[in-house]
Design a binder for this molecule. Structure first.
Ligand code: FAD
Ligand code: N01
Length: 544
């Protein structure tokens, strides 16, 4: 494996590129590859020391994908997929990061990436038709195209707990885990947060620590992932079918083909048929459960059947009945917060050294020198793990000072919620693209499918502009307004807006409550963006 740029001397650069890409996760890496193939001079800036994005930062114990490995990989190159063998149904973080480094080696990507360099501002210089990009290392470069591959879940968030600075032990956020790992042997550990990161890490931390106290604000729906080693024949088969599978995946709502959505509505099925569907899909593991019938995510009545089923399964997994009740989610429909996949999460609470503290009614008051204080009680611990999530979808983008035409700030434009056309661009910001931006299927899908969909669209668009000698592309306000209204309308036809989820920005105090992703599905969305491109970028203004 080539060096990651660790310890590279701090050098600043100036000069002009055809394109600047911000971020070197799955999105930035593939974008670089596509633009290079067009003969463009490209610079990528990445805050981390290496490629990988999510999988570079989230090194917490138990981290793994929840879309099956055979689908959670690039699908653009037969050579790449043939050169890689996944070991498990859901690959763990180290394996995914190794895969990303394998791709970076194969495509020789690192020579155009500046690591340990954070982009702090990007301003559109209207007369020159160029983006002026500045980094925290003092680089000042310009580029015709600026592409944000900054990630939807890359701005880790530690809540503003009073007293954290006085805590005498060590604390960690799952989204910025130390590279050398953490040894919890003999330690009393507090874990705050029971979303996917908490649910994945708690059993693994509990297997090592002396004592674990879990602080739960909202119980979540979780189902067994059913992780297992992949069989050689599964791997061999996938190599023959991956490219075709990927084409199929783009024709599905979620960009996933390992299960199918049942289109029948609950009311059209007998109770036995519903129970059978739910049971089969629960045992299958993964998101198949949410596809048990057509209106599961659309009506309370239909959703309630699945939620009751899930609660019964969850209840049966915990011997201590009092604790089991606390672990059951009653305050939101199933699926409207990201469904969690676990390995022995619920069972962990039957272990004598694991305690659950329900903090819904009595939130954490403060962090003391010795531990966590809530409900008037101090829980003494040696370490705290914050599995408290991210400022999702807009956090990383808006931490950059982005200024478009007339010096208008994106932060101001999006103050009441993100406004994009197709999740790809925003009016007033010419030649600025977002990969898996708000207003696109992004986090509701197999994200690698959505990333490839966007990267391909952007690369084709850049090619069209370059070959056609067209200076700029910019979403029109009308097209953007229509798209925002459409995205909101679709979301309002689902149950999604009914939970305090990060999809809604509800986990960040003061963040506008807007359902950010597009709920219409990868397939419908893919057709739409293809039509737009075919109509010479209808809804965008092309500048001569
Ligand atoms: P990221 O991987 O987040 O990369 C963005 C990069 O941009 C980061 O490295 C960041 O450092 C860099 N960056 C941001 N701002 C700046 C800046 N200003 N300057 C320089 N660099 C910057 N999705 C799925 O579909 N299936 C899964 O199984 C799945 N599992 C997940 C598990 C975890 C723990 C998490 C947190 C997310 C998971 N996701 C999953 C979502 C995951 O984020 C995407 O699948 C995918 O990895 C996103 O790739 P990306 O390149 O768009 O963004
Ligand atoms: O973050 P989250 P995450 N006091 O926001 C709690 C992907 N992912 O890192 O629900 C107390 O889901 C918060 O409580 P509440 C996946 O898309 C995938 O776990 O807001 N508690 C919640 O319990 C996922 O959805 C995998 O009431 C506080 C938790 O912290 C997304 O990333 C693995 C609090 C945060 O949960 C984010 O997941 C990991 C406070 N002040 C991540 N603030 C896979 O399985 C927050 N919380 C592939």
């Amino acid at each position: 494996m080539a060096a990651q740029g660790e310890g590279a001397p701090a050098r600043t650069e100036s000069g002009q590129f055809d394109a600047v890409i911000v971020g070197a996760g799955f999105a930035g890496m593939y974008m670089l590859h596509r633009l290079r193939a067009l003969g463009l001079k490209v610079r990528v800036y990445e805050a981390g020391e290496g490629v990988g994005g999510t999988w570079y930062w989230n090194r917490y114990p138990g981290a793994r994908c929840d879309v099956e490995s055979l689908e959670y990989q690039y699908g653009f190159s037969d050579e790449i997929q043939r050169g890689w063998n996944w070991s498990e149904r859901y690959a763990a973080q180290p394996e995914i990061l190794r895969y990303q480094n394998y791709v970076a080696d194969k495509l020789d990507l690192r020579r155009d990436i500046r690591f340990e360099t954070r982009v702090i501002s990007a301003a559109y210089d209207e007369p020159a038709g160029l983006w002026a990009v500045e980094t925290d290392k003092g680089d000042r470069v310009s580029a015709r195209f600026c592409i944000m591959a900054t990630g939807c879940l890359s701005a880790a968030r530690v809540p503003d707990f009073k007293g954290l600075e006085d805590f005498g032990g060590d604390w960690y956020h799952t989204g910025g885990w130390p590279h050398e790992g953490v040894d919890f042997t003999g330690k009393r550990v507090a874990v705050v947060g029971t979303g996917s990161s908490g649910i994945q890490s708690i059993p693994v931390i509990a297997a090592q620590a002396k004592h674990v106290t879990v602080f739960q604000r909202t119980a979540n729906f979780t189902l067994p992932a059913g992780n297992r080693p992949l069989k050689p024949e599964e791997i061999a088969r996938s190599k023959e079918t991956l490219l075709e599978d990927r084409r199929h995946a783009r024709e599905t709502p979620g960009g996933i083909i390992c299960f199918e959505y049942n289109e029948a509505l609950a009311e059209e099925m007998t109770p036995e048929a519903i129970a059978n569907e739910l049971e089969t899909r629960w045992n299958q593991g993964g998101f198949a459960f949410l596809g048990a019938y057509g209106d599961l995510m659309a009506t309370h009545e239909a959703n309630h059947i699945a939620a009751e089923f899930a609660r019964a399964k969850m209840r049966a997994s915990v011997k201590n009945k009092e604790v089991a009740e606390k672990l059951l989610p009653f305050d939101h429909p199933v699926g409207v917060k990201r469904l969690c996949l676990d390995t022995n999460y619920l069972q962990t609470f039957d272990e004598s050294h694991v305690d659950l503290v329900d903090i819904r009614e009595k939130p954490i008051e403060r962090i003391s020198k010795k531990g966590v204080v809530c409900g008037g009680k101090e829980y003494e611990v040696d370490a705290i793990v914050f599995a408290t999530g991210f400022d999702a979808m807009t956090g990383a983008l808006l931490s950059i000072d982005i200024k478009g035409r007339g010096g208008a700030a994106l932060r101001e434009k999006w103050a009441a919620g993100p406004r994009t056309y197709l999740g790809l661009g925003s009016a007033g910001f010419p030649n600025l693209f977002f990969i898996t931006g708000p207003g696109s299927p992004s986090v509701l899908s197999n994200m690698i499918v959505s990333i490839e969909q966007h990267v391909d669209w952007i690369a084709d668009c850049v090619k069209r502009l370059t070959e056609g000698n067209i200076r700029s592309i910019e979403a029109t306000k009308e097209a953007e307004d229509e798209w925002v209204a459409h995205v909101n309308e679709l979301a309002s036809e689902t149950l999604y807006p009914q939970a305090n989820s990060w999809y809604m920005g509800a986990n960040i105090p003061g963040k506008p409550r807007v359902f950010m992703p597009y709920t219409g599905g990868v397939n419908v969305y893919g057709e739409k963006i293809a039509e737009v491109a075919a109509a010479d970028y209808e809804g965008f203004q092309l500048g001569a």
